[in-house]
Design a protein around this ligand. Structure first.
Ligand code: NAI
Length: 268
């Protein structure tokens, strides 16, 4: 039976590569984006994820069965913090809430977060308060308490998304619907220039040099497509890092650092 997959952010970058991959394996793909994409076999609905009414209207025109939801849309820290949080934090739960009743047992939700989640500096209570936001006014009130620039808001938005995925896994387990987070390192897509602007060219270049290059949109799409597929039937509630080994390199460097101040006589 043909699967139907809803992909947000389908017009560009990772979402566009995912649409192409899914179509070529025989899935029906519906793309939600603020602009239409270019793949002739993807059905594009123009939906701004900051507009709950637009999501409701678009959801009403979906087929009765949607086997997978890929929350790929996101905006970088070059946008104002309010916009970053509205798209990246409010967007995925809005999409899931509007569509989940169409997802049958065996279906999956995949949320695309980022390694940037690890750069978040907002304490866990603050992130929890952000996750509780339902609308633009809640986000504005949260930002009044916790002022962030766009770049820091991006990092926090991805931390909140990783946590949302974990909570959603627990919520959907009884329905037989899986939830997977895919967190890329730097990827060659139009958004990368924004990351150079917000995180600094040196930092992005260093990441690329450490693992030899940046990832491609299709390499991330491959992981998302796997996580959505029946082959991933026992893969649930985890975060898949798609970063060419960058996180492992950082962890290895920390592990290799000599232990400080070993107490005298302590066992090695
Ligand atoms: P991209 O800019 O090529 O694609 C993002 C898509 O989201 C665009 O088509 C855009 O129109 C859409 N979008 C933005 N705001 C929207 C809204 N309000 N409603 C509906 N659609 C909206 O960027 P890319 O790289 O494909 O990003 C995809 C996801 O991957 C994002 O969530 C991003 O944060 C994440 N990511 C990207 C990395 C990279 O280096 N490219 C690294 C880590 C995570």
């Amino acid at each position: 039976m043909t699967s139907t997959i809803l992909v947000t952010g389908a017009a560009s970058g990772i979402g566009a590569a995912l649409g192409e991959r899914l179509v070529s394996r025989g899935d029906d793909v519906i793309g939600w984006d603020i602009r239409p994409g270019a793949h002739e076999r993807v059905r594009y609905d123009v939906v701004d994820l900051t507009d709950p009414a637009a999501i409701t209207v678009a959801a009403a025109s979906l087929p009765d069965r949607v086997d997978g939801i890929a929350n790929v849309a996101g905006v970088p820290g070059t946008f104002p913090a309010q916009r970053v949080l509205e798209v990246n934090v409010l967007g995925p739960p809005r999409v899931v809430d509007a569509v989940i009743d169409r997802v049958p047992p065996g279906g999956a939700v995949v949320n695309v977060a980022s390694l940037a989640a690890a750069r978040n500096t907002v304490p866990s209570e603050g992130v929890a308060a952000l996750r509780a936001a339902h609308d633009a006014a809640d986000v504005a009130a949260w930002l009044a308490d916790c002022p962030l620039d766009g770049s820091a808001a991006y990092d926090t938005s991805k931390r909140a998304l990783v946590e949302y995925s974990t909570l959603l896994t627990a919520e959907l387990l009884g329905r037989g619907v899986r939830v997977v987070t895919v967190s890329p390192g730097p990827v060659e897509t139009p958004i990368l220039v924004d990351f150079v602007a917000t995180m600094g060219k040196d930092a992005i270049d260093r990441s690329g040099a450490a693992v030899g290059r940046h990832g491609s949109a299709d390499e991330v799409a491959a992981a998302v497509a796997f996580a959505l597929s029946p082959e991933a039937s026992w893969v649930n509630g985890i975060e898949i890092l798609v970063d060419g080994g960058l996180s492992a390199l950082r962890a290895a460097a920390a592990l290799a650092r000599p232990a400080l101040a070993r107490p005298k006589g302590a066992a090695r």
